[in-house]
Design a protein around this ligand. Structure first.
Ligand SMILES: [Zn+2]
Length: 176
């Protein structure tokens, strides 16, 4: 049986480091990282909205996000892979969403995070082509959360009151 990917957990210094930019053409090892990210997101549709390379132990600016704004839950999920992403514009308008992270208590800890409602991101695809895209709402949160990972930032940074972190079980009760 193939071993599943181990997600690096909070406390490991790699999660708090700014990762290395990727140069093109990408290397075989970078290609493997990309495949691992896509495979993980494909296999864990319910629990993973995004994954960044540092979370699988590789300090490189590579991340993947699930396109919850485009998905058709009946058929397939669309995963967007971003290399060297950077936020080039943020809206003044803010939005607050519940966020969790696979690297914090294996995704079983949630907190409310306020971020810009819309962001424009510049990123590169696997072939080195530059793209620019604007995301809004929850999708914008996912994208910002993953880009934060590449800069050594965890969502806990935005939760000022630790008593306002909840397990999935507790959150269900709160949101009832
Ligand atoms: Zn995360």
């Amino acid at each position: 049986m193939k071993k599943s990917i181990k997600i690096v957990q909070f406390g490991n210094p790699i999660l708090e480091q700014s990762s290395e930019p990727v140069t093109f053409p990408i290397s075989i090892s970078e290609e493997k990282v990309i495949n691992k990210i896509i495979t993980y997101l494909t296999k864990n549709p319910e629990s993973a909205a995004g994954l960044a390379a540092p979370q699988i132990g590789v300090s490189k600016k590579i991340c993947g996000v699930r396109r919850l704004d485009l998905e058709n839950r009946e058929t397939n999920f669309d995963i967007l892979l971003m290399i060297n992403p950077s936020i080039i514009w943020t809206s003044n308008e803010l939005s607050t969403e519940w966020e969790g992270c696979l690297s914090i208590n294996y995704g079983d800890l949630w907190g409310q995070v306020t971020r810009p409602e819309r962001v424009t991101v510049k990123y590169y695809d696997q072939t080195g082509v530059e793209h620019e895209e604007t995301f809004s709402g929850y999708q914008s949160h996912i994208v910002q959360h993953e880009i934060d990972h590449l800069n050594g930032i965890l969502f806990l940074k935005y939760v000022t009151d630790p008593s306002e972190l909840y397990t999935t079980e507790e959150l269900k009760e709160i949101l009832q």
